[in-house]
Design a protein around this ligand. Structure first.
Ligand SMILES: [Fe+2]
Length: 327
């Protein structure tokens, strides 16, 4: 954290205190999203992280996602599944009944007909009694017609297929887990891939990176220094617009002066919640919920919703990097 492109300085944090205070003055309160705010259209996605428990909170958030989309007469283009897709044991691997109960039926195609882009969390690396990572990587090919999309541990998405507005680089952030993780060789290979992808001429208005672990985090797990060191400078150099992650079981948003990237955490999908340290320069809430992305060429809007479908935080960003707080 000794390079100004990586470090969050006190000056940056102070600037952000003002930033978020201004938002508070606008009225940081929970509100329901109104259908007319969505009418501007664009591409719509829902995002959920740290959800794969099969328990009542996963079910409550999944139902809230369905109710939210239905209430807005919205069929999202796709879902982003931010890792910790299946907690615990997964004895039958590809044939586990959990595929149906905790994915196919939990987030049904009737509500979410589009692709469900998934990345690997630390709990997806649990390897007893089968290697869960292998099953998650194989499922898409083994079950033609499924919406589950995980073609590799790291991969690129451009959306929509025709005249894409958004590029997403989907990464594996599992540098250091309790049980198993990326090998040093994989970490090196992924970094070369990321560098190459970021260096390609930009073909879309928005450049987004997603990984399970946060770089910056005011919650339980804290910052991930290895990712700040490995990726932070690349995000700044190549003007990455957003980094989305999960891992902490809460909802967060951080902006830092001089950094092009907005850091958004969506980890409230169903696992027991984590405390978020109060930080003036950031939004954080210990709450179950999910996130709605609305993307046009002119504006990228991010909304955090709780399990009652209430908006608890929202902001939009224009291509020149300006942030507007909506609640
Ligand atoms: Fe996690």
């Amino acid at each position: 954290m000794n390079s100004p492109t990586h470090a969050v300085s006190r000056r940056q944090a102070l600037k952000q205190t003002f930033f978020f205070s201004a938002a508070l003055a606008l009225g940081a309160r929970t509100t329901f999203v109104r259908a007319e705010n969505i009418a501007a259209g664009g591409h719509q996605f829902l995002m959920v992280g740290d959800f794969g428990t099969g328990g009542k909170d996963q079910i409550a958030v999944a139902k809230a996602m369905q109710g939210y989309a239905a209430g807005l007469h919205l069929k999202p283009d796709g879902l982003f599944l931010m890792g910790d897709n299946f907690y615990g044991s997964f004895p039958e691997g590809l044939d586990s009944p959990r595929w149906k109960t905790q994915f196919e039926d939990m987030y049904p195609a009737s509500a979410f007909p589009g692709p469900c882009w998934a990345i690997l969390g630390n709990h997806d690396y649990d390897n007893e009694p089968v290697i869960k990572v292998a099953a998650e990587l194989a499922y898409q090919k083994a079950r033609p017609g499924t919406r589950w999309t995980m073609p590799a541990k790291w991969y690129r998405v451009e959306w929509p297929a025709e005249n894409p507005v958004m590029t997403c680089l989907m990464l594996d952030s599992n540098y250091k887990n309790a049980i198993s993780q990326l090998t040093p060789e994989e970490i090196a290979r992924q970094r070369v891939w990321l560098k190459t992808e970021l260096a390609r001429p930009r073909t879309t208005r928005w450049l987004v990176v997603m990984g399970h672990h946060p770089l910056y985090n005011n919650g339980h797990h804290g910052n991930t220094e290895a990712l700040i060191k490995d990726w932070g400078g690349l995000f700044q150099k190549h003007g990455v617009d957003f980094y989305f992650c999960g891992h902490d079981h809460d909802l967060q948003h951080m902006e830092f002066e001089g950094m092009r990237t907005s850091f958004v955490l969506s980890g409230g999908g169903g696992q027991s919640l984590h405390d978020v340290k109060p930080a003036d320069h950031a939004f954080g809430m210990k709450v179950h919920g999910f996130t709605h992305l609305q993307v046009t060429k002119e504006k990228f809007t991010v909304r955090h919703l709780d399990a009652d479908r209430k908006q608890v935080h929202a902001f939009s960003k224009t291509p020149d990097g300006k942030i507007e707080f909506l609640s």
